[in-house]
Design a protein around this ligand. Sequence first.
Ligand code: FAD
Ligand code: NAG
Ligand code: NAG
Ligand code: NAG
Ligand code: NAG
Ligand code: NAG
Ligand code: NAG
Ligand code: NAG
Length: 494
Amino acid sequence: MKFLTRNTLSLLAFVAPVLGQVLSTNCTSSNAAAQVCAELQSDLGSAIVEASGAEYDATSQGTWSLFNSLDRPTCIVYPRTASHVQLTMASIFQHKSHYAVQAGAHSPMIGWNSINDGVLISFANMTSTSYNPVTETVTVQPGVHWGDAMAAVDAFGVSVLGGRASDIGTGLLLGGGISFASPLYGWSADSIKEMDVVLVTGQFVTANATNAHADLFRALKGGANRFGIVTRYELYAIHTGTKEDKNWFGGVIVYPGSSSVALSNASARYIREVTDPKAGLVVILNTVNLTAVDANTVYLFYNGASLPPGIFGDFLSIPNTSQTLSPLSYYDISNLISGSARGNGQQFGASSWVGDEGTFLAGYNHLVNFTQTFPADLIASYLIISPIPQSQWAATAARGPNAIGDPGVAYATINFNLIYPAGVTVRPQDVDDGFKLLLSQTPPSPGLPLYVNECDASQDVFATYPDFAALQETYAKYDPLRFNVEHTVGPIGL
Ligand SMILES: Cc1cc2nc3c(=O)[nH]c(=O)nc-3n(C[C@H](O)[C@H](O)[C@H](O)COP(=O)(O)OP(=O)(O)OC[C@H]3O[C@@H](n4cnc5c(N)ncnc54)[C@H](O)[C@@H]3O)c2cc1C
Ligand SMILES: *[C@@H]1O[C@H](CO)[C@@H](O)[C@H](O)[C@H]1NC(C)=O
Ligand SMILES: *[C@@H]1O[C@H](CO)[C@@H](O)[C@H](O)[C@H]1NC(C)=O
Ligand SMILES: *[C@@H]1O[C@H](CO)[C@@H](O)[C@H](O)[C@H]1NC(C)=O
Ligand SMILES: *[C@@H]1O[C@H](CO)[C@@H](O)[C@H](O)[C@H]1NC(C)=O
Ligand SMILES: *[C@@H]1O[C@H](CO)[C@@H](O)[C@H](O)[C@H]1NC(C)=O
Ligand SMILES: *[C@@H]1O[C@H](CO)[C@@H](O)[C@H](O)[C@H]1NC(C)=O
Ligand SMILES: *[C@@H]1O[C@H](CO)[C@@H](O)[C@H](O)[C@H]1NC(C)=O
């Protein structure tokens, strides 16, 4: 077979699935993917299994981070049903092919939602949302984006715990998920009532908090893409009112770069002191241009008629450059940010800090040092602060545990988000080295879990979960051959 180039091989494999079978006695990973693609194309047809064309390009090149949009999957499978996913995984498992899964395409971690020489499963064609008023649950298929899911059930006066940007997809649930209403209702994943899951072998199971797969149910809520492919999420609705019910107040305040230290201090104090679950906040400090008039952005909300000074006083007294504050609905606050901009390479790194001014300032200063070392390489370098108050974990406890685990103290997830200039397709090595140094300089406060949806691919997030041993045990039970870990790129450490 040595005379066959990979392209000839995949072409042959597509027109002659039988040849693919013969080759399966000995295969490189790209041969394996070609065989899977040939088999699936024959079983599912060329509308569902595509190796080129406009849809193939739109999916493979449409990831949020430019770095993930350069991969060329051997084929993309667009399942319509869970049974399509079962067939796909069974074939991938049999041929030992590499694979990746894509929902909303927002993960910037390279390879987590894209693949070269492997099979990409895209949920672009499983995007429905429905509300059942009897069970008061919202069922979403994995391809929906939160803005669309919320719009679909708005008329019923209910919503879901998704994210804080409309373009984000359901992969958020598998990492945990932070909504502006999370202090009231818990991690977005805590709102899951039940999931349909396709295991690595193609086996289909339904997991919920009390059935035989309760261990899998827990592991999926923070275990990211490691525990199976979810084909249906049933979510407890939250009773928010419709988009016309402006029962929140708040919006966005923009601050000059000169406010960074004051905002860092205000954030630390907020994390330490604010316990009111009706308060929502995200602080975004940009360290690229420290003299910019619009360097820093704070989103602040209260589930009430105004922003209580006792909670938001520090943020309200720091001099701003512009502000847009008004009565808003839950729908409004969840859609204020779209997050859909494409065309730049993106990079995430995570930490978790307790509300201590010194910790915040030291972390901020390390980021400033990093950013200012590479002024020409980055167009943005953000420190993004999201509160995880203890009320969020109290809501978790009411629903049963997730995989992340309550550390018993209020903290903030810290996301370092780098944005590279348009056209930069490879991360410069020196910037990467500097970023690794930054992560080592800004570790989580003792005992705090990292947030997998905001981490760098090099970070061993699962080991920071208080009950990591349970996660390992569940992984060994559902994937004893370690197929996922060896054939999919995702969080390290299992
Ligand atoms: C602009 C922006 C705003 C954000 N805002 C928030 C926020 O407000 N709150 C928050 O918590 N997070 C937020 N995030 C982080 C976000 O939660 C993660 O990026 C999340 O992974 C995105 O999910 P996705 O479906 O859009 O992306 P994808 O990249 O498609 O999926 C993410 C990961 O999950 C896996 N996956 C997806 N679906 C399935 C499935 N059905 N079965 C198995 N594996 C699957 C994918 O393989 C991938 O590894 C934000 C990210 C961005 C870029
Ligand atoms: C299969 O691959 C191995 C290692 O690459 C090689 O030694 C062996 O000869 C191959 N067998 C066949 C049947 O091609
Ligand atoms: C999704 O399905 C529709 C028909 O329902 C089809 O027109 C479209 O091409 C499909 N898109 C993808 C990405 O498969
Ligand atoms: C889990 O599923 C079982 C079997 O369908 C059902 O009896 C049980 O009520 C479900 N539990 C929850 C919490 O939904
Ligand atoms: C920030 O907090 C530090 C430590 O508490 C303090 O020394 C500093 O003066 C504060 N700076 C601002 C601008 O609030
Ligand atoms: C930084 O921001 C200031 C004020 O907005 C602006 O005048 C200056 O040109 C910016 N510098 C760079 C390098 O972008
Ligand atoms: C923002 O600045 C304007 C102008 O200085 C001021 O009137 C307003 O009160 C400030 N708003 C907040 C929320 O600080
Ligand atoms: C600042 O960042 C550069 C680049 O990563 C690094 O070489 C240097 O050691 C850092 N300085 C400090 C004080 O951390």
